[in-house]
Design a protein around this ligand. Structure first.
Ligand code: WTA
Length: 673
């Protein structure tokens, strides 16, 4: 399948939003108080950021703390970009110490809330910059005592508690590279990532709370470590006090590690291009890719995108001895995803705005959990995913009406295309028609927002992520790299480097070049299809390769297929996405069984559960259909578009003449999920 054709294949989703013409300009009142106040200001700044990237980014970088200023802003040797070359800084210093240096040590850095415990009350913790520096420094010294050195890869597998933020910031403080694994992943995912990153240390917790139940994190780590012998040290934070086994010599309690550690730990001077973290994301084939992000450029870009996309304002003295209240920001993502890395911690803390972390589900104990949190903490900026918005819609507005959420000022969405219906509901019911919506398009690889409205400047349209951020030269092209005409679908590319772009795939240069730089000469290809309308607004049309985005999470169909085939009864499997009311895209699996094995519902359930065990619950197929064979072309390729039609219950429209055995189509349609 060529890339251009892939884009064309998504045109059915495109048609439904082509006739979307509702426009929502920001209100005068909002624009007046915003950092970027008009579309003219945005356009002038955008032009400058493209024409003179070096002066533009140097001015922004100057707003942050550097031990040593750079000699060169950008060194661009396609496809490798180095930013702030010769400069040294520390992102943890910029997240914490810079605020203390400015006299803000007693301001709140992190607000954390758990899900309600047995007594019906949540735990709430507020950490000031002073608190955070003390805790981060103690843990950083603890890590050093355990032998962790600059450049070592530290695996973190924790629930959404402040210690997760503390662990990642401690790594950054001493120059260790963190590799955070989402707490919903299972043992084999931990094993794969530990081995790929050659990580000798894992930081975890005994468990995490989810809907009143304990997620057995330490047990999962134990299981993973029976599959690999790389790991020498495990640090365990005591969260749930569930029964766990501590391995002698290998496992250490967090509280013991920090008990004798000093509260002072200088932030290590890091070269701008030193590796900050690795974060794994699924590819269309093969194992997950360890996306590499470095220090200086990532820091500057996430700082600026946070500031402008959410129009962040810190609490300031009002001149009369009081204070003008600044923002309280809440991103509902897990820190285990890039959204959490960039827009809960690294981009937010340098902006001096409290960032809220929540450990728990949106519907536990009741479906008004989020609105309750927003009301009590007076949240002003709220960032979530379309999949969550669709769930809120389904639950009904009575849950929102129980609360006063009028503190809200800007609403964000990320992770997948938001359908106009969900956008309008978000706008009316959550935003009370007064909050600008920022639909932010970006990727693990891009580090920060790429296409996004700026709330005081951009006129929004439901379903469009609108315009490029500063420094982003985005275009929609055909497979020859020529820009396509207005409203025509094509491949989304970025033509110039930006500060937070990925620096590589850990340990796999070939795959980096092949995945992002081989499709269109000289351009970064994101793997998404898009179109650009007559107003210069971008509309994302979905993935052009075989990654599917389920509930905002990027899953490789290959990974799910591999997990299916690892079940003893399964001979072959093909996985495709299909439209799903809540998740956006669901997973449909087509499975052939090993000869002689009977097709039963019980086996179906068993195979689905097997995938959940192998890869984690979000990868569990929503539908599974047995079939005597898979539809293949003569050259042996599975015809996925055919399966996509069948999974969606659509008529098969495409060409099937290259199909090896046409009778298989009928058989596939006869069988049920
Ligand atoms: C999709 C998440 C449409 C897209 C930050 C992208 C979106 C993939 C949007 C990256 C959006 C993300 N509109 N699609 N606003 N945001 N996507 O790496 O397909 O988990 O390539 O990063 O999600 O997913 P990732």
């Amino acid at each position: 399948m060529t890339q251009a054709k892939g884009a064309a294949e998504t045109s059915s989703t495109m048609e439904s939003i082509l006739d979307e013409h509702r426009h929502f300009p920001p209100s005068k009142v909002f624009s007046n108080g915003a950092h970027i106040k008009s579309i003219e200001q945005y356009e002038a700044m955008h032009k400058r950021s493209i024409d003179e990237p070096e002066t533009f980014w140097a001015e922004i970088a100057d707003q942050l703390h550097w031990f040593k200023k750079w000699d060169q802003v950008l060194d661009w040797r396609l496809p490798d970009a180095k930013w702030f070359v010769g400069g040294s800084t520390n992102i943890c210093y910029n997240c914490i110490d810079r605020q203390i240096d400015a006299g803000l040590g007693n301001h709140t850095a992190i607000i954390w809330e758990s899900e309600p415990l047995e007594n019906g009350q949540p735990e709430v913790r507020k950490l000031t910059y002073y608190d955070l520096r003390r805790e981060v420094s103690r843990f950083a010294n603890g890590l050093k005592k355990l032998g962790v050195q600059k450049g070592d890869v530290v695996t973190i597998y924790m629930p959404m508690i402040p210690e997760l933020a503390i662990a990642m910031l401690a790594c950054a403080r001493i120059g260790a590279v963190h590799s955070i694994i989402f707490g919903g992943f299972s043992a084999s995912a931990i094993r794969d990532r530990v081995e790929d990153g050659k990580s000798k240390i894992v930081i975890t917790a005994d468990g995490g709370w989810r809907r009143g139940k304990i997620v057995p994190l330490k047990d999962n780590v134990d299981e993973a470590l029976t599959l690999t012998d790389l790991v020498e040290t495990v640090v365990v934070y005591e969260r749930c006090k569930n029964n766990i086994v501590m391995a002698d010599g290998r496992d250490h309690w967090w509280h013991e590690v920090i008990s004798t550690a000093s509260e002072h730990c200088p932030a290590e001077e890091m070269a701008s291009e030193d590796l900050l973290f690795i974060l794994y994301t699924s590819g269309s084939t093969g194992k997950p890719k360890g996306i590499m992000h470095t220090t200086g450029g990532y820091m500057v870009y996430t700082y600026l995108t946070s500031r402008y996309t959410f129009d962040l304002h810190e609490t300031k003295p009002d001149g009369n001895g009081g204070a003008e209240n600044g923002d309280v920001y809440w991103c509902t993502a897990d820190i285990g995803w890039i959204t959490g890395h960039s827009y809960i911690i690294y981009g937010l803390l340098p902006n001096r705005v409290p960032t809220l972390m929540y450990e728990g589900a949106p519907d536990f104990p009741e479906k008004d959990r989020f609105w309750d949190i927003i009301e009590r903490h007076q949240v002003t900026k709220f960032y979530t995913a379309p999949t969550a918005i669709r769930a809120f819609m389904k639950w009904g507005r009575e849950w929102i009406d129980k609360h006063d959420i009028s503190s809200l000022k800007v609403l964000g969405t990320v992770g997948e295309p938001i359908n106009p219906e969900a956008w309008m509901w978000y706008h009316k019911v959550i935003g009370n028609e007064k909050c600008p919506i920022v639909d932010t398009w970006w990727q693990t690889e891009t580090g920060g927002h790429m296409l996004t409205p700026l709330p005081g400047a951009t006129t929004t349209t439901p379903g469009s992520c609108t315009r490029p951020f500063f420094g982003i030269d985005a275009a929609v092209v055909n497979s020859e790299g020529e820009e396509v005409s207005t409203n025509e679908g094509g491949i989304l590319v970025v033509r110039k480097p930006w500060p937070s772009m990925l620096r590589g795939i850990y340990g796999n240069r070939e795959r980096f070049l092949e995945t992002y730089w081989s499709k269109i000469e000289g351009c970064y290809t994101a793997g998404d299809g898009a179109r650009k309308d007559e107003n210069g607004n971008f509309w994302i049309m979905g993935r052009i390769d075989d990654v599917i985005v389920v509930a905002g999470h990027n899953l490789g169909t290959m990974e799910v297929e591999s997990a299916l085939v690892s079940h003893e009864a399964v001979a072959e499997a093909a996985v495709v996405g299909f439209p799903h009311d809540i998740k956006g895209t669901g997973i449909a699996a087509f499975v052939t069984l090993v000869g002689g094995i009977e097709e039963t519902d019980e086996l179906k359930a068993q195979v689905r559960n097997h995938v959940a065990k192998e890869l984690g619950p979000i990868s569990k197929p929503d539908k599974l259909r047995f079939t005597p064979a898979l539809p293949k072309t003569r050259s042996g390729k599975i015809m996925r578009r055919l399966l996509r039609d069948i999974a969606a219950g659509r008529e098969i429209t495409g060409d099937i003449t290259t199909l090896e055995d046409k009778s298989i189509v009928e058989k596939l349609q006869q069988n049920s999920d």
